[in-house]
Design a binder for this molecule. Structure first.
Ligand code: SAH
Ligand code: SF4
Length: 382
């Protein structure tokens, strides 16, 4: 298969171009065409030397994973399902808010961590996404949205990216890194480091590498303040227990673009939602002197989990304990409920095609394969 140029960050693209005898500024031009303009057709890259266009045509392409479907929620949330081969699919969610547009990006097909409350985890691990499949989600979504929202030239649709879709990003570090660099690069999306968030269940060695290689905002999925309970919710805790996780968070703050770590906490009825458990969290972060914010996520139930969502008043009471201790705490609003786009509901249901079809039929807007207008000039290698 031809080389997919979405696999490269700028340094990678420069090296690829050097291999073709081309100077770095040519790589910059090419990179800008691809990411800033969403252009995949080398012939349309008008200021690119004809000789380079000719070389590229035979060797390379620009291709995001093929789109399976697009669903638009009543609240403006959009969910795309992408085919990543061998019966696997991954999901990407766009969440519009008054002051910003957020894209929730997947890093793996399935996930090996296997958290009890997570639908992706229940699905098991299929494979790591390539860099092109990670950045391809942003490439596709940004240019698709500019077109469908009819944004004026130069205005971007997405200014916030959270690696909170399917998969554990820090278990796919080598592919994640070039994708993060392209998100941040001024010749590509130029996102602020504060507005690119890696969310992790706590892969400690990789938190330490990220802090050196590409410090972006960090969210840690905590879900419990003591090891026994966290072991049972997030199996990775047996390898990297809470005290070590807290220490890694403190180290991360030395280079982080924000002066706090976001701690995510999925609220599970009768499991981790008592006021005493909230008080224990206060003790935990005080003991470690960790500067943090809590983000409480109402659990999005799915049948196989056997778990229930905490009632709203219990979530509020929990939040109050943290807030009264001076810890900034927010409760995540659930968006895109009607299209199953909420946290932890992303399962890339394409393996069971009958089920997927039935689900698609129930949803508001369905654009089946083939009829979706691609992003402007989105091309394909396939
Ligand atoms: N693997 C990474 C990122 C993907 S999950 C991580 O675990 O952090 C993104 C967030 O969704 C995590 O905080 C995760 O705990 C949360 N989540 C998973 N399943 C959920 C569910 N069913 N309801 C609510 N939040 C869930
Ligand atoms: Fe994997 Fe995150 Fe789901 Fe846990 S919550 S199974 S780490 S995707």
């Amino acid at each position: 298969m031809a080389v997919n140029l979405l696999d490269f960050d700028l340094e990678g693209l420069a090296a690829f171009c050097a291999g073709l005898g081309e100077k770095r500024f040519r790589a910059v031009q090419l990179y800008r065409w691809i990411h800033q303009k969403g252009q995949a057709d080398f012939e349309q890259m008008s200021d690119l030397a004809k000789s380079l266009r000719g070389k590229l045509a035979g060797l390379a392409g620009v291709s995001a994973p093929p789109l399976i479907s697009e669903h638009i929620s009543a609240d403006g949330t959009v969910k795309w399902l992408f085919d990543v081969g061998d019966g696997n699919a991954v999901e990407t969610v766009y969440i519009p808010e008054a002051d910003r547009g957020t894209l929730c990006v997947s890093s793996q097909a399935g996930c090996a961590v296997g958290c009890r409350f997570c639908s992706t985890g229940h699905q098991g691990f299929s494979r790591n996404l390539r860099s092109s499949e990670i950045i391809g989600q942003l490439w596709f979504a940004e240019h698709r949205l500019r077109q469908t929202l009819k944004l004026p030239e130069g205005q971007r649709a997405i200014d916030n990216v959270v690696m909170m879709g399917m998969g554990e990003p820090l278990q796919n570090y080598d592919a994640l890194l070039p994708a993060l660099r392209t998100m941040l690069d001024d010749h590509a999306y130029g996102l602020s480091r504060r507005r690119v968030t890696v969310s992790t269940s706590g892969v400690l060695p990789m938190i330490d590498r990220l802090r050196v290689d590409c410090p972006v905002a960090l969210a840690v999925s905590l879900h419990a303040g003591e090891d026994g309970l966290r072991d049972s919710l997030v199996p990775l805790n047996r390898k990297y227990p809470i005290a070590e996780l807290m220490a890694a968070c403190l180290r991360y703050l030395e280079t982080a673009p924000r002066d706090f770590i976001t701690l995510e906490y999925c609220m599970l009825d009768g499991v981790n939602d008592s006021p005493e458990q909230a008080a224990a969290l206060v003790q935990l972060v005080r003991r470690h002197r960790l500067s943090c914010k809590f983000n409480l996520i109402p659990f999005n139930p799915f049948p196989a989990s056997g778990l229930l969502r905490s009632p709203a008043d219990r979530v509020q009471a929990f939040a109050r304990v943290l807030q009264e201790a001076g810890i900034v705490t927010t409760v995540r609003k659930t968006r895109g409920d009607d299209i199953d786009a909420a946290c932890g509901q992303l399962a890339g249901e394409v393996q069971d095609r009958t089920n997927a079809r039935e689900r698609l039929a129930r949803q508001r807007v369905v654009i089946p394969i083939g009829s979706a207008a691609p992003a402007p000039a989105a091309g394909s290698l396939r």
